[in-house]
Structures are given as structure tokens and as C-alpha cells.
Design a protein around this ligand. Structure first.
Ligand SMILES: [Zn+2]
Length: 90
């Protein structure tokens, strides 16, 4: 899987979600529970993305590149790991 910024070509792939949680907990069962909460499946291994969610007040949210801050196209295979409360407001 390749997920790069179309503007500056930086790598936006933050790795497999299950592996992220496995490294965090060192517990495969717990990691699987958390990964599945994100929609991760063994047959559909989604990755975290380094992209940043921007939530304007009256418009749909979009994602920007963490490096060049340009707007990114929609990605179905990668999801940002930015927690809800850390969303940027414009
Ligand atoms: Zn970029």
C-alpha cells in the first residue's frame, strides 16, 4: 500500500493499525480489539495516516498534509490517527 502526498510526495502512511496497537500494548488480543474498533480486519488491513483532519465550522471536514499543509484527496484505505479532540478548527 502506498499513501503519499500528491503535493510534496511525503509518505503519509503511519503503518498498519493492528501493528501500531500491538507495539503500544504488546498484547495481541488487546491490539486486535482496538484495531477492529477502527474497522481493521485481517482481510482488510487498514493503515493509519499521518494526514491531519481539519473541521471547518459549517463545511465538511477534510484532510491536509502534515508537511506541506495542502488539502489531500479522500482516502478510503488510510484513516488519520488524530484524536477527535485534537481536530484543528479554522
Ligand atoms: Zn504534502
Amino acid at each position: 500500500m502506498h499513501n503519499t502526498c500528491p503535493h510534496c510526495n511525503t509518505n503519509l502512511d503511519a503503518g498498519d493499525i493492528y501493528e501500531n496497537f500491538f507495539n503500544m500494548f504488546n498484547d495481541s488480543i488487546k491490539a486486535l480489539q482496538f484495531a477492529k474498533a477502527y474497522g481493521w480486519k485481517e482481510t482488510d488491513k487498514i493503515h493509519f495516516s499521518r494526514s491531519i483532519i481539519v473541521q471547518p465550522d459549517r463545511e465538511p471536514q477534510y484532510m491536509i498534509c502534515p508537511d506541506c499543509k495542502q488539502k489531500l484527496p479522500e482516502s478510503k484505505t488510510c484513516i488519520p490517527d488524530t484524536p477527535q479532540e485534537n481536530k484543528q478548527h479554522l
